[in-house]
Design a protein. Structure first.
Length: 432
């Protein structure tokens, strides 16, 4: 009875069918937050050799790569912890407050990276940066999903997923302008998002669904409520197809640059590698946008299925049909980027819709963070596969790609949410 009353009250949350200025402010804020996520995430990749060499006073590649890998590993761990922490925090204190805190954390500690005097200090600051980044990605997506009209939500989230790639472009621009001044100045640029917090706290409205859920619920949902029978099915299968996508993305596409070096022995394929990565990034942005429109036409589940199948086909085309470098690799790279973009875009649309309002950020955070842990293990396993296949990056990457079939199976075990209220999860989870 209490659940039915809560659902009825939540339907009265003030969400219009038209886009109003307040909703555009939410979108702009979430997009800027995601863009600066991409900036602050990627700064270290751009300056790693220079920063670690200076902090350790060495130019030994073995030492630089070893310490750099530790910094990167702690960053990934912080990202995972941040998603879990802020997902639960957003369900308890509100989306806007949690978003403000997450942005403040990653901006502050990115700036502090520029003041590090040892590699251990840098590693700690990067861990804390990732804590905020992991939180912003989850909370921003949840806030946008709950704030925009039902008929526009998937398209808005599709556009939102391009923000991270925009941040990657900002890294290149910042490095071009400030690179000659030194790596510390680049980290100071990453502190600028802290200024957003003042705007967010004054101008951005709280999610009406979260506000309504607080008014109608006697007790706050707890994180472990995700594991109750009415939610566990969605949690399990959403975690499965999300994790499988991230495993493939990191453990398969990860090897493309190394594979191109194998195809062009004795040459420094800077142009070839850069061109492939740029093509993948550009078409991934297009795929993320298209995911919003496609999911409205054929549904969320079938968009995931289509993206996984296309991703597998392009992986086969890339790694199995090219034993020598040729212009065809550029085409396969673009097609792979498009498939990746659709897959990532629809994930951010679909996963939040599978959970009730008071568990939405927690559930979304759990799925994506479990996926990141799986991706890290997948990268380690793919390295073992490279050795198993006698150093063949293409065979290892292709083998990993076949796990996408399991992703198709997992998503077909979930309910369709196209055209249904975001409150679907309040009612449908009880039936599954």
């Amino acid at each position: 009875m209490a659940s039915q009353l809560r659902s009825e009250r939540l339907r009265e949350a003030p969400i219009s069918t038209e886009i109003c200025p307040a909703q555009w402010k939410v979108f702009g804020t979430c997009y800027a937050g995601g863009m600066f996520d991409g900036l602050d995430s990627s700064l270290f990749t751009a300056i790693l050799p220079v920063a670690i060499a200076e902090l350790l006073n060495t130019h030994d590649p073995a030492i630089i790569s070893q310490k750099g890998s530790w910094v990167a590993a702690l960053f990934l761990l912080g990202w995972t912890a941040g998603g879990a922490l802020f997902g639960g925090l957003a369900d308890r204190i509100g989306r806007v407050k949690a978003l403000s805190i997450s942005i403040l954390i990653y901006a502050l500690f990115t700036g502090l990276c520029g003041l590090a005097h040892t590699w251990q200090q840098l590693a700690f600051f990067r861990f804390m940066t990732a804590l905020g980044i992991g939180g912003e990605l989850i909370v921003g997506t949840t806030l946008l999903a709950e704030s925009w009209p039902e008929n526009q939500r998937s398209k808005a989230i599709g556009w939102l997923t391009t923000a991270y790639q925009c941040g990657l472009c900002l890294v290149g621009l910042s490095n071009l302008i400030l690179g000659q001044l030194g790596w510390r100045y680049l980290f100071l640029v990453g502190a600028l998002p802290a200024l957003m917090v003042m705007f967010i706290r004054r101008k951005v409205q709280e999610s009406p669904f979260w506000v309504a859920s607080c008014q109608t619920s006697e007790t706050k949902s707890q994180y472990w409520d995700l594991f109750q029978p009415q939610h566990f099915r969605n949690l399990f299968f959403a975690s499965a197809f999300t994790g499988i996508l991230l495993i493939t993305y990191w453990a398969s596409s990860f090897w493309i640059p190394a594979w191109i070096h194998q195809l062009l022995p004795g040459k420094k394929p800077i142009f070839e590698v850069s061109s492939i990565l740029l093509l993948q990034g550009f078409f991934a942005m297009g795929g993320s946008v298209w995911a919003g429109y496609l999911s409205e036409q054929i549904g969320r589940r079938w968009t995931v299925v289509t993206a996984n199948v296309c991703y597998l086909i392009t992986s086969i085309g890339m790694f199995a049909l090219n034993s020598h470098f040729s212009p065809a690799i550029y085409l396969w790279g673009a097609a792979m980027g498009l498939s990746i973009g659709i897959a990532i875009g629809v994930n951010y649309i679909y996963v939040p819709e599978l959970f009730p309002t008071q568990l939405r950020a927690s559930g979304t955070g759990f799925c994506f963070n479990l996926g990141r842990i799986a991706a890290a293990l997948g990268v380690i396993y793919s390295g073992t596969l490279v050795r198993f296949f006698n150093g063949s990056f293409s065979e290892a990457a292709l083998t990993i790609s076949y796990v996408l079939i399991l992703g198709v199976v997992a998503v077909l075990c979930l309910p369709e949410t196209k055209g249904k209220s975001i409150l679907l999860s309040e009612e449908s989870t009880a039936r599954h």
